[in-house]
Design a protein around this ligand. Structure first.
Ligand code: IMP
Length: 487
């Protein structure tokens, strides 16, 4: 065999895989106050969000509750896929229904169903009213929690509903202000929307109108619903097609995307869906260039391999592309094609605090993906436990044996493709609500950008200057020589 390049040369000329703790951002001349910083960002080719925060698709991080909380604050959640396609779809629907001006995906009931069924449907979906329609979707009335609460469960819906003669409803052209006025005037909490023939098209709820004012910074789709993404395997076309109706972003969720079979399957999948397709994970310049040239229409990259706090890939394989190194490499590749920012980079893995976020953004990322930091919040699906007087939440890698035991995750890190565990299981400190955590991280990033003199993320790309920091320097730039009361 003719070896082209000496092993020794390859070792000598190896690049340095710089990671978060190796680097600092240098202060620059500034006119920017932290409160003036605009963190709006393009998270995929076609979607802009108000905060550069994305939650990891892991079953201890992102279910519907996390996705709703994060989108309301301006970020976006990627629903995990460690469940059946139907369960993942139900999460997506819940997010889309959480807040909208006109709900399109209305849950209805027929007049001949029993009150007991109306109660069950309301309880299952956590809603308090159901439009009553016939089998051709013509609106006949509405039945609310108040109507069924004290009614005999065997009564029929038609006997307890508010019929069309007394019903307040409207048409699609109604504005938010008109809807508010109408609902106040008639003291109703639900306003069915019908077409010119009287067929049900949607529903406006008073709760949604109120929530809209409450979360002005939320990430929304064109219909005013919260933005949401979902992870899928590149080989699960059926799931992707099912989710496509409800989600804005589909994330192809593999540990190593730069793989012939994965790319070929993703190409097929991309032809069948209309959501923006983000691919990952990748960690090198070559992967980025190869994918750009072979996957027309790709909408973004999830970048970083082996840096996740629960990740064992680097230990069991010694293969990794630490997040900061990976982001800078991919960003350079995209910049060389004139694509930086147009095909956004989501920096994924190893984010421990707002300083790491600032560094990831400064090296060319448009957003960061977080598992660990969000797993500790109230809204994550993981279990809450008390250990020695402190609260923790369960957090484990999607390649850990615990996650791999759930069949649906088989193709990312486990059998039949792999025999080795690539993630660990554990607990992270309970951190309160997503809102608390996000506000703290946001304030830290804004402060960093103030020091650098960048009023938005694109400006940060141009202005950021870095320095490598020695181990003793790293010790010096964190609190030292003091007994700390907290933290
Ligand atoms: P963290 O925020 O540092 O905890 O990193 C979260 C990221 O780790 C996720 O978004 C995934 O990219 C990655 N990840 C999740 N599960 C595993 C695993 O079991 N092994 C390796 N990486 C994982």
């Amino acid at each position: 065999m003719n070896i082209e390049k000496s092993f020794y040369r390859r070792l000598l000329e190896a690049p340095t895989a710089i990671t978060f703790n190796d680097v600092i951002l240098l202060p620059g001349y500034t006119r920017v106050e932290p409160r003036e910083v605009d963190l709006r960002t393009r998270v995929t080719a076609n979607h802009v969000i108000n905060l550069p925060f994305v939650s990891s698709p892991m079953d201890t991080v992102t279910g519907a509750e996390m996705a709703i909380a994060l989108a309301r604050l301006g970020g976006v959640g990627i629903l995990h896929r460690n469940c059946s396609a139907e369960e993942q779809l139900a999460m997506a629907r819940k997010v889309k229904r959480a807040e909208s001006f006109i709900i399109r995906d209305v849950i209805t009931i027929s007049p001949d169903q029993q009150v007991s069924e109306a109660i069950r449907i309301m309880e299952d979906n956590d809603i308090h009213g159901l439009p009553v329609v016939d089998d051709r979707n013509y609106l006949l009335g509405i039945v609310t929690w108040r109507d069924v609460r004290y009614s005999d469960p065997s009564n029929l819906v038609r006997d307890v509903m508010t019929g069309k003669d007394r019903l307040v409803y409207s048409h699609e052209s109604i504005t938010i202000e008109e809807a508010k006025r109408l609902m106040n005037e008639y003291r109703v909490e639900k306003l069915p929307i019908v077409d010119k023939d009287g067929r049900l098209l949607g529903l406006v709820t008073f709760k949604d109108l109120q929530l809209r004012g409450k979360f002005p910074n939320a990430s929304r789709d064109a219909d005013g619903r919260l933005l949401v993404g979902a992870a899928v395997s590149p080989y699960d076309l059926d799931r992707a097609k099912m989710l496509d109706r409800y989600v804005d972003i589909i994330v192809i969720d593999v540990a190593h995307f730069h793989n012939e079979n994965v790319i070929a399957s993703t190409r097929k999948l991309m032809n069948e869906v209309s959501a923006d397709v983000v691919v990952g994970n990748i960690g090198t310049r070559e992967a980025a260039l190869d994918i750009v040239s072979r996957l027309d229409g790709v909408a973004g990259f999830r970048v970083g391999i082996g840096s996740g706090s629960i990740c064992k890939t680097g230990v069991v394989t010694r293969v990794a592309a630490p997040t900061l190194f990976a982001v800078a490499s991919v960003a350079d590749a995209l910049a060389s094609e004139g694509l930086l920012g147009k095909l956004p980079i989501i920096a994924d893995g190893g984010i421990k605090n707002s300083g790491d976020i600032a560094l990831a953004l400064a090296t060319g990322a448009s957003a960061v993906m977080m598992g660990n930091l969000l797993a500790g919040t109230r809204e994550s699906p993981g279990r809450l436990v008390a250990l020695e007087g402190k609260y923790y939440k369960e957090y484990y890698g999607m390649g850990s044996n615990k996650a791999r035991m759930k069949r649906a995750s088989l193709d990312r890190y486990s059998k039949p493709s792999k025999d080795v565990e690539e993630g660990v299981e554990g607990w992270v400190p309970y951190r309160g609500t997503v809102k608390d955590v996000v506000q703290e991280l946001k304030a830290g990033v804004e402060a960093a950008m103030g020091y650098v003199g960048a009023s938005n993320i694109e400006e940060l790309w141009y202005k950021a200057r870095f320095a490598l920091v020695s181990p003793s320097g790293m010790g010096e730039i964190r609190p030292h020589n003091i007994f700390m009361i907290k933290g």
